[in-house]
Design a protein. Structure first.
Length: 295
């Protein structure tokens, strides 16, 4: 098995490279100076140079607000580059594992989403994510698409970092009680990807789309309450009050209200159990605090 990781500096890519290192799994992970994923010539040269047996694509455009203002850039990264990658993987007999998102759904469903539920993305970002999946299914039969809920880590913008920044700076922090998700540590996502690629490398041909998220769904406001308790161990927080603001009352782009998943299919197929996210929360906050202290 020789793995090529795309998106090494992101939340998932960073943790995946660390885990592959610890398991002595051979991998390569070009950075942006080596590879512009939107450049088809560079992408082809990269695959020919490294000759992977499996590509893990963790590279993506992830800003939902900016995506509305620069849709062409969002689609170039999330759809067009992925279509080219899928074509190349198919022609070169490479297995493709692709990290996708809960944003392919509109969030209107009350129960957790399963892989059989119809998609209906909101906005440019969600649409680009869904169209990426469609391109992979059409172009590269040997693929695994892994849809994820709220990914959290000490890197890059995410719910945990956003809330910590607000709690350090403001006495009042606005949170939504009716936005539900499963905060899923990027390190946990890396664990799942490694479990899948090891089984695929051993001959499991369970191609298709899978859902994964950490156990214990929580609202954004519920997560904020837990964040205050954990983050107060590292910072002197200014926050004194959480202002509950329902999603309908908030201005600007609104994410899907429900980002929770059924994870039965990935459990039954790959034996992957969902882990609780609370166990990792303190470590993530500590790492983020150390980064802020050193900057």
């Amino acid at each position: 098995m020789r793995v090529l990781v795309l998106g090494k500096t992101g939340q998932i890519g960073h943790e995946l490279c660390k885990l592959l290192d610890s398991k002595d799994i051979t991998y390569d992970a070009p950075d942006r100076s080596e590879l512009d994923i939107c450049d088809a010539v560079q992408l082809q040269s990269c695959l020919k140079h490294y000759q992977p047996t499996i590509v893990v694509n963790a590279a993506a455009y992830n800003n939902p607000v900016m995506a509305e203002n620069e849709p062409s850039r969002c689609f170039a990264v999330n759809r067009d580059a992925v279509a080219e990658l899928a074509d190349l993987c198919n022609r070169m007999n490479i297995i493709l594992i692709h990290a996708s998102s809960y944003r392919v759904f509109d969030g209107e469903k009350q129960e957790p989403y399963s892989e059989k539920d119809p998609t209906n993305p909101i906005g440019v970002l969600g649409t680009s994510r869904l169209q990426a999946e469609q391109q992979i299914r059409e172009r590269c039969p040997e693929h695994i698409i892994l849809r994820l809920s709220w990914v959290i880590s000490d890197r890059r913008p995410n719910l945990l970092r956003r809330q910590a920044e607000q709690m350090v700076k403001h006495r009042e922090v606005y949170v939504t009680p009716d936005q539900l998700g499963c905060p899923t540590p990027a390190s946990d996502v890396a664990r799942v990807i490694v479990a899948v690629l090891q089984q695929v490398n051993c001959g499991a041909k369970a191609w298709g789309t899978y859902h994964y998220c950490a156990s214990e769904p929580v609202s954004e406001s519920g997560f904020a309450e837990i964040m205050i308790a954990e983050a107060s161990q590292f910072w002197e927080l200014k926050v004194r009050k959480l202002i509950m603001a329902k999603m309908d009352s908030r201005e600007g782009f609104k994410p899907p209200a429900n980002a929770t998943f059924h994870c039965t299919k990935i459990l039954n197929t790959f034996g992957v159990h969902a882990r609780p996210w609370r166990n990792a929360l303190s470590d993530i906050i500590r790492l983020y605090h150390e980064e802020q202290k050193n900057n």
